[in-house]
Design a protein around this ligand. Structure first.
Ligand SMILES: Cc1cc2nc3c(=O)[nH]c(=O)nc-3n(C[C@H](O)[C@H](O)[C@H](O)COP(=O)(O)OP(=O)(O)OC[C@H]3O[C@@H](n4cnc5c(N)ncnc54)[C@H](O)[C@@H]3O)c2cc1C
Length: 336
């Protein structure tokens, strides 16, 4: 096993930072060897995927790990929560690019992952983050998550329920943060058509797997900036949940306030609307800016530092709090 030193860290913000040590592994035994090494034991560490949801505030003075575990194979289900009449279980390595996995499922004619087309990143992080788009979340198709426990080096499988998935959350970002490394994920997909087209303008989409994938790719390419041109991490903030009484109070002052019912007590408010109302859409602070076509996205206009991006994020959070008494939280993981 080889540790590289002073290595640039991959990230979609286009910000230059380095890690003191960097190591990749292609299977579980190589990972266990790294976990047993002196360098790993003596330094802080972070496991990254493709860096599409990370903002490094400084160089990382520790070990950065990255999975090169590849492969998508059909397997037997490992969980008892199967519910499709005619289903298939696919096990994908944590290092597989998420969109390669989605493309594979569409080519094979398996239903369930297509709405999550073109989300950047890798399979391991998709489970950690519980990625979501167009009415579907990773949790809807994850059957089980295979991991290695960092302290013992032993393998452990988490069932879907044990992962405690919630909106952009999982046990791996919460109670068990920094304790497990995801090595592969098993997905449960349907061989018979099941479409989720009740989100936005998808209802007009033909009921055909490749057509749905193409439509979603087209919408995303029109709506979101290409991070290779304009550095960004997708939605910078999560959509906040507020209680009904708070919503009713705001509605009197802002009759067009959009909301999505969550349950009898709570509604979800689109953070993009709040940010736009605060006048931030298309506005800059230094070299960081709020994207002019989608207020939820913060972009690096060129040469932005992580501090400039954080300063803009702090200002937006304060303005939304001041105007609406709503706390919005970053979806992006700040490191350092
Ligand atoms: C243009 C753009 C559009 C986006 N659109 C969406 C969207 O529609 N929906 C959505 O949900 N997200 C979206 N995102 C955010 C991003 O794609 C997801 O958060 C994605 O899951 C990040 O994957 P990654 O491999 O880059 O992980 P990273 O950003 O590198 O890491 C994310 C987190 O996962 C942890 N992690 C990574 N790999 C492992 C592993 N093997 N074991 C344990 N922990 C691990 C990291 O420590 C970190 O906490 C978008 C991002 C961009 C740039």
């Amino acid at each position: 096993m080889i540790f590289q030193e002073n290595t640039p860290i991959a990230n979609t913000f286009g910000i230059n930072t380095q890690s003191r040590y960097f190591a990749e592994y292609k299977d579980i035994s190589e990972l266990q060897e790294i976990l047993n090494s002196d360098i790993f034991k003596k330094n802080k560490f972070l496991h990254i995927g493709a860096g599409s949801n990370l903002l490094f505030l400084s160089d990382f003075n520790g070990v950065i790990l990255h999975s090169k575990i590849q492969g998508i194979t059909e397997c037997r289900g490992v969980a008892s929560n199967a519910h499709y009449a005619d289903e298939v279980f696919l096990r994908a390595g944590a290092g597989v690019l998420w969109d390669d996995f989605v493309k594979y499922t569409v080519e094979m004619g398996f239903f369930g992952a297509e709405n999550l087309s073109l989300i950047p990143g890798e399979v391991g992080a998709a489970a950690v983050q519980n990625i979501g788009a167009y009415g579907v979340e990773a949790k809807d198709i994850i059957s089980a998550v295979e991991t290695v426990e960092i302290s013992s080096g032993e393998t452990r499988i988490f069932t879907n329920e044990e992962c405690r998935f919630a909106y952009r959350e999982s046990i791996f970002k919460d109670e068990e943060k920094g304790k497990y490394i995801v090595t592969s994920v098993t997905f449960r997909l349907s061989k018979t058509p099941i479409f989720r087209l009740d989100y936005g303008n998808l209802s007009e989409c033909p009921k055909d797997l490749p057509a749905i994938r193409e439509t979603i790719i087209k919408i995303r390419e029109e709506k979101l900036p290409d991070y290779k041109v304009l550095g960004n991490a997708g939605s910078f903030f999560k959509n906040p949940y507020i209680c009904i009484a708070h919503y009713e109070g705001l509605k009197k002052h802002y009759p067009t306030l959009p909301h999505y019912p969550v349950n009898d007590e709570v509604v979800k408010i689109p953070a993009a609307w709040l940010i736009e109302q605060c006048g931030w859409k298309g506005k800059s602070l230094g070299n960081a800016a709020v994207y002019d076509k989608q207020a939820l996205v913060i972009v690096n206009k060129g040469g932005a530092t992580a501090q400039e991006i954080k300063a803009l994020s702090d200002k937006i959070i304060a303005d939304v709090k001041g105007k609406f008494h709503i706390d919005i939280c970053p979806e992006v993981n700040f490191i350092g």
